[in-house]
Design a protein around this ligand. Structure first.
Ligand code: GLU
Length: 457
């Protein structure tokens, strides 16, 4: 009988900064994929870098994910699991697959430069493998502590005689991929100070947590070439991999300069809707058109991992704004009520229906609250005295409804001969203080007769 096990994905950020729209993408891709196949989503903090990782950043990441609607099924911290990594490192050392190296950073740099000067690729020459016990003892006496490298399986018998060794996988996003292990240096797994780089803990965790799909940025493609043999060295089958394109500016540059303003927390504070952010982050850089999906379920229905392109994904602020406006326009009063309350702009259902089509962001509703329920500075230089006295005189009595505007403006037209823009614009400016906005037919009953009269000169 075939046994189908539940897919398991993980988002593994290092809590050394805030999430921004670019690094929220792997979170979304993993989450959407899990949602599509009823999988498990693990949030795993890659926090072995104890100096740069903080609890505040970790909590901020969970908060930002929750804002996007991503609630992990499980949370893990690598800092809780160091013993497991020590045990795995020990197993690799026993097998001779993790070996101590004593070169200083300077010495390694000099070696690299020498190779490059000769037109050769700067691949580590494995000279540490030639050290005798005595050599190692001498280094230790000098106070050197080793860093540890993983011996890549790119040779038959002699590690100094490497040959082309293809590691291949079918990438969920990029299709068939090949990394030649003879083009890579043996990766450092453990630094001189005993701390782990991300490579080994990540694989140990993926094995222990039964991760079935590793979805991450395409800056990790080469790492995957080294990690697949590591899965095998630790006695496990490699998971499925998917490497997505990275987000750049419209000009194709890295987003780094704008990261502050594109952090999820600043986008939230600026009043962007989480679904505008998620729709853009998940769909830009794919062959599907970027649609404003109203909730995560519809985004998951629409999203297709294999539609992500190999070329960079471009970020456009204008696109984010237009998605945001579309989402705001589509929200019903019940969906938006508490958010209107939060920005002190809950003017009731009729108010929301009247203004939503004119908003870029929900908080912009505040302006229209001033128009309907507060004060505006009327602009009254668009017409002459004859016009304004007709407007005052002909203002219908209450109750008012949607037809009041038409009745009123027709009467002013008949009396003054003003029509079109010359009729409507002075009234709009006087009643709202601005040139543009929701239809006056719906706004007028919300403003009411008293305020209207007060704003007419
Ligand atoms: N902490 C790594 C990163 O943020 C995780 C990469 C991975 O998903 O394996 O790049």
């Amino acid at each position: 009988m075939i046994k189908f096990s539940q897919p398991v994905v993980r988002f593994a950020p290092s809590p050394t900064g805030n999430l921004h729209i670019g690094n929220a993408r792997p979170a979304l891709f993993n989450w959407l994929y899990a949602k599509q196949c009823q999988g498990i989503f693990i949030l795993r903090y890659d926090d072995t870098d104890v100096i740069r990782s903080t609890r505040e950043f970790a909590d901020g990441i969970a908060r930002d994910l929750a804002w996007l609607g991503i609630i992990p099924d499980r949370m893990e911290r690598q800092s809780d699991r160091l013993d497991t990594y020590h045990a795995a490192a020990e197993r690799l050392k026993q097998k001779g697959l993790l070996y101590p190296c004593y070169e200083t950073a300077d010495e390694i740099d000099r070696k690299r430069k020498r190779l490059m000067a000769r037109g050769l690729p700067p691949i580590y020459d494995r000279s540490a493998l030639r050290l005798s016990d005595e050599d190692r003892g001498r280094f230790e006496q000098q106070g050197r502590t080793p860093h540890w490298r993983f011996l890549l399986p790119n040779f038959t018998d002699n590690p100094f005689d490497t040959s082309r060794t293809e590691i291949a996988w079918d990438d969920l996003v990029r299709g068939h991929q090949i990394v030649d292990l003879s083009s890579l240096s043996d990766p450092v797994f453990i630094r001189e100070d005993g701390s782990y780089l991300y490579t080994l803990p990540s694989v140990v965790d993926d094995i222990d947590m039964s991760v079935s799909h590793v979805i991450r940025g395409d800056d990790h493609v080469t790492n995957t070439g080294a990690q697949i043999p590591l899965f095998e060295a630790l006695g496990a089958a490699a998971p499925v991999f998917g490497h997505h394109n990275l987000l750049t500016t419209a000009d194709g540059e890295g987003l780094s300069k704008r990261l502050g303003s594109l952090s999820l927390s600043s986008l939230r504070e600026d009043g962007y809707d989480p679904m505008a952010v998620s729709s853009l982050a998940a769909l830009t850089g794919s062959s599907k058109s970027v649609e404003a999906c109203k909730d995560m379920t519809s985004l998951a229905d629409y999203f297709d991992m294999s539609a992500i392109t190999k070329s960079a994904a471009r970020f456009s602020m204008a696109e984010l704004e237009s998605l945001n406006a579309k989402i705001v326009h589509s929200l019903d009063y019940d969906e938006v009520r508490h958010r209107l309350e939060a920005v002190d702009a809950d003017g009731g259902e009729a108010f929301w229906q009247a203004v939503r089509g004119n908003l870029q962001k929900i908080k912009d509703a505040r302006l229209w609250m001033d128009v309907t329920s507060g004060d505006v500075v009327p602009v009254t230089d668009g017409a002459d005295g004859v016009f304004w006295s007709a407007a005052r005189e002909l203002l219908p009595g209450e109750p008012w409804d949607k037809t009041t505007w038409k009745i009123w403006t027709s009467a002013i037209r008949d009396k003054t001969g003003s029509k079109g823009r010359a009729l409507f614009m002075p009234l709009r400016q006087a009643l709202t203080g601005v040139d543009r906005g929701p239809e006056l037919a719906v706004l007028l009953p919300l403003i009411g007769r008293e305020k209207t009269l007060h704003r007419l000169p």
